[in-house]
Design a protein around this ligand. Structure first.
Ligand SMILES: *Cc1c(COP(=O)(O)O)cnc(C)c1O
Length: 384
């Protein structure tokens, strides 16, 4: 919807928060003459590992490629099953297929939208070798019980922390308790580098292999070859990929990472205001922090059920009529043609949430007037 219909400027669902520091950081990289993966990527990896309490970090071109690499280094391949939530962005379910494994869908908990030890247990098969546990919308997944279930069975738990930067689980950053985790820097997430991702792991040998695999499995990195006049001959020990991040992206990432506490504090403040002002609306529920952690509010999702006067589609329409851009809630991969026909356990909570949830506008620069407009439109859908 446009200003033409409402007479008011449109309220976006999300806006990245980028400024002069990011511009200056990119300019400095361009002036340096080295724009591909190099010293800024290395610096961003070190800073990210430190901020996320991770032993090692390997930058990638996206979270999707980080998930792909995570499954490769964990040794997952053809004949293996990987338990994933259907209730997630489709990349989570796609990742196992890239290594020839089979995604097996687990249901989620209605309060958090995340898999639990119980929903994972219900989806295990004799061939399960990995589980991808997602911090959906930035809500920390309850990882410890999932690891308590999987570790004794030799099942690797990969944390898909695409949305999770700045969220905490039992007092530590999400991802810190995982053997391996994947992160996204897409503009729809908390920190952005345009496109980009990161893999963090507690296993140095997995980090080393991922570092080589992202760069064609070269034994000497391009940056190291450049550094010496006569470089040692490189060797390609296995089939690798080009999943590299550029120094242009990493320079932006370093600035963004420095802003993370401020970004999360602001998002939590806006979410608290939404909760406060919508708490008494019958049939409307906003996602909350679970007992075991604090989310970064990457996505503030709301579920509508009777006695709320309209369904999710009706609410989206009435928000659009008020010039407000909201989004349908998290998708369900098992309902998409790309994953149709897979056997799966019943997924009643996934189906309920994907049909009845929506994501409310929330961004750093959101004004009080914009928040007021959204609150009014949600409190009185269809009335203008
Ligand atoms: C966005 C997202 C991804 C994919 O991230 P990209 O960086 O765009 O590849 C993967 N998993 C989840 C849960 C996501 O939300």
């Amino acid at each position: 919807m446009t200003a033409v219909e409402t007479g008011l400027p449109r309220v976006d669902v999300m806006r990245p928060w980028l400024g002069p520091e990011e511009i200056a950081a990119v300019a400095e990289v361009i002036e340096s003459g080295w724009v591909a993966q190099g010293p800024r990527v290395a610096a961003f990896e070190a800073a990210f590992a430190s901020a996320m309490d991770a032993r090692a970090a390997v930058a990638t071109s996206s979270c999707t490629t980080a998930l792909h690499l995570a499954l490769v280094v964990a040794g997952i391949g053809p004949g293996d099953d990987v338990v994933v939530p259907s209730f997630s962005f489709v990349a989570t379910a796609n990742a196992p297929t890239y290594v020839g494994a089979r995604p097996v869908f687990a249901d989620v908990d209605a309060a958090t939208g995340n898999v639990t030890a119980e929903t994972v247990a219900a989806a295990l098969t004799p061939a399960t070798r990995a589980v991808i546990a997602v911090d959906q919308g930035g809500v920390p997944v309850d990882l410890d019980p999932i690891r308590a279930l999987c570790d004794p069975l030799g099942i690797v738990v990969v944390e898909d922390a695409a949305c999770g930067a700045g969220s905490t689980y039992r007092g530590r950053p999400v991802g810190a308790g995982a053997e391996i985790a994947a992160w996204s820097f897409h503009p729809r997430k908390i920190l952005t580098t345009g496109e980009g991702g990161m893999l963090t792991t507690s296993r140095p040998e997995w980090a080393d292999r991922a570092r080589r695999l992202r760069e064609h499995a070269m034994s000497v990195s391009a940056a190291d070859r450049h550094a010496s006049l006569v470089s040692p001959p490189e060797e390609y020990g296995e089939i690798g990929f080009n999943f590299r991040m550029t120094d242009l992206q990493a320079a932006v990432g370093l600035v963004q990472l420095g802003r993370l506490p401020e970004i999360v504090a602001r998002r939590r403040e806006i979410a608290a205001r939404y909760r406060d002002r919508l708490a008494d609306v019958p049939g409307l529920r906003l996602v909350e922090d679970p007992a075991w952690g604090a989310g970064n509010v990457q996505s503030l999702w709301a579920e509508v059920r009777p006695p709320y006067p309209v369904d999710r589609e009706g609410l989206l329409r009435s928000l659009a009529a008020a010039g407000i851009s909201a989004r349908r809630g998290i998708m369900a991969a098992h309902l998409q043609p790309a994953h149709a026909g897979r056997d799966h356990v019943p997924l009643p909570v996934t189906e309920r949430l994907t049909g009845a949830t929506l994501i409310l506008p929330l961004f750093h620069q959101m004004t009080d007037a914009e928040l007021d407009r959204v609150v009014e439109a949600v409190r009185a859908p269809g009335e203008r």
